[in-house]
Design a protein around this ligand. Sequence first.
Ligand SMILES: C[S@@+](CC[C@H](N)C(=O)[O-])C[C@H]1O[C@@H](n2cnc3c(N)ncnc32)[C@H](O)[C@@H]1O
Length: 91
Amino acid sequence: MIEKYINQIIQGDCLDLFKKIPDNSIDMTFADPPFNLKKKYNSYKDSLEFKEYLDWCKKWISEMVRVTKPTGSILVHNIPKWLTYFAEIFK
Ligand SMILES: C[S@@+](CC[C@H](N)C(=O)[O-])C[C@H]1O[C@@H](n2cnc3c(N)ncnc32)[C@H](O)[C@@H]1O
């Protein structure tokens, strides 16, 4: 199942792609999401409402937790403002 994704770069909406990845199957997950700082991205609106942004982050963070092995590592790159909220999600 997971083998077909090894050494592949798969582009798409992370929440759609996560659906294809089994529980506890990944050794390390890394995310460098938009920081919701009104940065100009080609196809992404980086100015969500506070709750809307956090709710979206909760979804992909929960998926990172689901697919990462209990012995694995989860790395999330973001600014301190949001990382403090993320700490709550990881509790
Ligand atoms: C901070 S940038 C990543 C920069 C990249 N790591 C680099 O070093 O060049 C955040 C990226 O997340 C992408 N993005 C936004 N929503 C996404 C989603 N739902 N699924 C996957 N990527 C998304 C944006 O298009 C943007 O390219």
